[in-house]
Design a protein around this ligand. Structure first.
Ligand code: FES
Ligand SMILES: [Fe+2]
Length: 400
């Protein structure tokens, strides 16, 4: 089911049902990338995520423990405490000590005879370490496997991964909405090192379609022309003689995609398949904005490359660390300088080039995973499946 933006009527016309805002602090009941695994060491670390303070420390059997960063005794932050016993964290104030499941296992100041152990607990979140990153499930009940929330590009055999975390000074919703807003890319990034010699469109249309796995949508920009003559103002771009490169892909499964595009999935990550025009490296380039609080987002730029052998692997490591990570941060900075000062949906005047963005806004709340307990309760009351369960069978909002 593919839709084209620049024809017919849009769902944003008068009379359309209002589309709800995305949650200010992110969708719960998903796995999120939290921090680099190498940061977990002898000291507890404090991280804010989805508006909540979390403390991370080494748990039992190589696991990473993630607890709400608040001691139930007198409310100080557990991250100010110390690791006195393996697999536990002792509060810095009176020494109440918690294991990786959040159970109080000792209360130092109250003494070895204290009856607090077993009676007090702190909320814990399930974690897993994968690709050198600590992932945590922020939700209720048993989590689905981490693989459920990873895009397919991260599950291919033989891949190599590279990543960089950066904090952006804005709410996560603006960062996520930058992705389905695909037509900003050839305009904002035309001066980036990555595409400065490429023939990039001056204007275009937006295509979108529901992904087969029902977890999001594919968004693609279709270029209208590399130079336009705009009545009354002139040509844009004024010059383009140096733009001599075109998109080319050697990976068979990527061929046919001649325009920029990407897959966006819940709770808001995107994968764009591109090829470095200078080194020929094929990349699945992933952006994963993680909500921190109302005004901050931890942006994970996650790259998948495809090494053929160990020498190629080494070359890719050098390519990423000495070239691409720096160049791509400059690319992302072009987005960031605009997004950090953007408002969220306030007084906006959308146009036909925003069609994929509008569809994403409609789709996301419909397919968002809900807490198991809430789902079961709703089913019990109505006898019917609820939102998020039957998304494959329902019209998920992509039709107009
Ligand atoms: S406040 Fe944590 S042990 Fe007292
Ligand atoms: Fe961008």
């Amino acid at each position: 089911m593919e839709k084209d933006s620049n024809s017919g009527s849009g769902p944003f016309e008068a009379g359309s049902a209002p589309i709800p805002d995305a949650p200010l602090l992110g969708y719960r009941n998903y796995w999120y990338p939290v921090v680099e695994a190498r940061r977990i060491g002898r000291r507890p670390i404090s991280v804010k995520i989805l508006g909540e303070d979390i403390v991370l420390f080494p748990g039992k059997e190589g696991k990473v423990a993630a607890l709400v960063d608040r001691c139930p005794h007198r409310g100080t932050m557990l991250s100010r405490g110390r690791i006195l016993f393996p697999g536990t964290l002792s509060c810095g104030y009176h020494g109440w000590t918690y294991n990786g499941d959040g159970e109080c296992v000792a209360a130092i100041v109250e003494g070895p005879e204290s009856n607090l152990p077993g009676k007090v607990r702190v909320q814990s979140y399930p974690t897993e370490v994968r690709f050198g990153i600590v992932w945590a499930f922020f939700g209720e009940g048993d989590p689905p496997p981490l693989d459920e929330d990873l895009p397919p590009e991260l599950k291919e055999p033989g891949i190599m991964t590279h990543f960089t975390f950066r904090e952006w000074q804005c709410n996560w919703r603006n960062v996520v909405e930058n992705y389905p807003d695909i037509l900003h890319a050839p305009y904002v990034h035309r001066t980036s090192v990555e595409i400065i010699f490429n023939k990039v469109p001056a204007w275009g249309k937006c295509h979108f379609e529901l992904l087969a796995d029902g977890k999001g949508m594919h968004v693609r920009g279709i270029g209208g022309g590399v130079q336009g003559d705009y009545p009354g103002v002139g040509k844009f771009p004024a010059h383009l003689w140096w733009r001599v490169l075109r998109r080319r892909y050697k990976r068979k499964e990527w061929s046919g995609e001649s325009t920029a595009g990407g897959d966006i999935r819940m709770p808001g990550n995107i994968v764009v398949k591109v090829r470095d025009p200078y080194c020929g490296v094929h990349i699945s380039n992933m952006g994963w904005p993680v909500p921190v609080d109302e005004h901050r987002t931890r942006h994970l730029n996650f790259l998948v490359t495809y090494p053929g052998n160990s020498i190629h692997r080494l070359a890719l490591k050098i390519w990423y660390n000495f070239y691409f990570r720096h160049v791509h941060q400059l690319f992302l900075r072009q987005d960031r300088r605009l997004i950090e000062v953007q408002r969220y949906r306030e007084g906006e005047h959308l146009s036909n080039t925003d069609i994929a963005l509008i569809q994403w806004r409609k789709l996301a709340p419909k397919i968002a995973r809900r807490a198991k307990a809430a789902t079961a309760a709703a089913e019990g009351q109505s006898g019917k499946p609820t939102q998020g369960q039957d998304e494959k069978e329902r019209d998920v909002g992509l039709s107009r």
